[in-house]
Design a protein around this ligand. Sequence first.
Ligand code: ADP
Length: 399
Amino acid sequence: MDILVINCGSSSLKYQLINITTKEILASGICDRINLDGSILKYKSKDKKIEQNLPMPDHKSAIGYVFDALTNKEYGAISSLNEIKAIGHRIVHGGEHFVTSTLVNDDVIEKIRDYSDLAPLHNPAHVIGLEACRYLMPYTPMVVVFDTAFHQTIEPKAYLYALPYEWYEKYKIRKYGFHGTSHSYVSKRTAEYLGLDINNSKIITCHLGNGSSICAVKNGKSIDTSMGLSPLEGIAMGTRSGDLDPAVLQYIAKKENINIDEILNILNKKSGVLGISKLSSDFRDLLKAEGEGNELAKLARRVFAYRVAKYIGSYMAAMNGVDAVAFCAGVGENAVYIRGMIVEHLGFLGVRLDENINVNTIGTEAVISTPDSKVKVCVIPTNEELVIAQDTYNIVSKL
Ligand code: ADP
């Protein structure tokens, strides 16, 4: 059964066509710069790679091009759209309402629209993508898979901010957490890989990409996570600041004469390791610069690793112990020296890396700690699209 996975952003649309039986990616790509100059369709199937500049005034036209590419006589992965049995959509914010992946109907779309206040950059784009797919393939079942759903098991003591309680009652201001599909998949896979009983396990998953978050997973359930009401909270990221004293906002507003929206834009897009290094949000650039003696690049990496280690330490306390720490996503799977730097902070607990295995583990599953390490440390590549496809299949196969 072929499932199309769609991740709709405000000006982009990423897609993957997955055969759920073989787990093979039949085709993948992105429509970028939707409703902007220079719209482009990128398409990759087994042996073909296509890039085409095409007019994309809206998401509907972009999805139309994706469907055309998927069924193209020369390079298409399928011969007819009927081969797509269901569509799975990644949705960033499901608020408190969505605790699991859900079959799409009118009410579901309305509810996702309602949560636009909580995710103004993402949810409106998701709704546009959902409606465009529904228009073009009205009889194909669709499922929504939420970044927030896995974290709905977090208890009030962990999700509440210490703010006037009415703010929670009136506006639902609380920690929600993100990257849920990744933390769910990686924690389960870690337990499987290490032969742990997931129902009796304590795992800390570190999703370290451009956006990064850490999650404490006890007995298979998220009990705390570093991102909050929005993906801005937590560790320092590629371009996001992560945790900071809210008093900074008022101080900098006065000093630079800028408003709250401008400050938030800087905290989201110009901070993190990019902000500190003044150079790049990409750790590959930072490592290269560090090699050339760039002190700010080195500092950015140290801040990043230190913050990750502090969260790992706090989640060990939250779970009263830990069996395994798992690294995933672009940085976690590839940035050998950052993993090393993070784990160095945990040496007092008897956590040790096998240096040789660590430096040779890039993008593959492996235990990278020594056999005598008190806590197992591993790399478990994440696969959010596959989780979305799997959830979609699980729901539509019961229809
Ligand atoms: P996103 O959050 O956009 O999904 P990814 O999980 O793909 O991000 O991670 C992208 C980031 O991973 C890059 O910005 C870069 O910092 C880091 N990265 C990717 N490959 C490497 C590598 N070989 N070495 C160091 N860092 C890497």
